[in-house]
Design a protein around this ligand. Structure first.
Ligand code: ATP
Ligand code: MG
Length: 153
């Protein structure tokens, strides 16, 4: 992996991952700049690699439990150096649903929150969130765009 997260923000970095393991490694590298309260909003279609990227964030946080898409439970909590809240908005109708299940209390808490299908709850994503877009190119190639906002997340 011959790229780094820029020291200055705002920034936008685009990388091409050639394998699931590289996508995990990208998540792990991003996690190095996260803090308690950081929100990572993932975007991308089914199978783009959102959960794979989240596994890297979990690895950085020292979480040994297997991370899987919380499609039915909506929110999974993992205990790491900082708690990880893994949210899947796939089955939510929209922002109101997210608010109703107490989503705001979670993402404004002290954990790191990672949200799959964040495009389904656009109003709920804080301005300081890191936006990660995953796009399927072909085969195992994935284009990953990491947007870090003006103030460090
Ligand atoms: N470069 C890559 N990065 C990530 N995943 C890859 C890559 N190449 C192939 N894959 C495969 O694509 C799939 C990605 O699955 P993953 O669960 O991470 O996607 P997802 O975006 O979370 O999907 P969903 O919307 O269903 O939750 C896995 O089966 C993985 O093995
Ligand atoms: Mg997933």
């Amino acid at each position: 992996m011959n790229w780094t997260i820029p020291a200055d923000s705002p920034s936008e970095t685009t990388i091409v991952s050639g394998s699931p393991e590289e996508t995990v490694a990208a998540g792990e590298r991003l996690a190095g700049i996260l803090k308690p309260g950081s929100v990572v909003a993932l975007r991308g279609k089914l199978g783009a690699g959102k959960t794979c990227f989240t596994k890297g964030i979990a690895r950085f946080l020292g979480i040994e439990e297997e991370v899987t898409s919380p499609t039915y439970t909506i929110v999974s909590e993992y205990g790491g150096k900082i708690p990880l809240y893994h949210i899947d908005a796939y089955r939510l109708k929209g922002d109101d649903d997210f608010t109703a299940l107490g989503g705001e209390e979670i993402i404004f808490g002290r954990g790191v929150s990672v949200i799959e299908w964040s495009e389904r709850i656009p109003e709920s994503i804080p301005a300081g969130a890191v936006i990660v877009e995953l796009e399927i190119l072909s085969g195992e190639r994935r284009k990953i765009t990491i947007k870090i906002p003006g103030t460090k997340p």
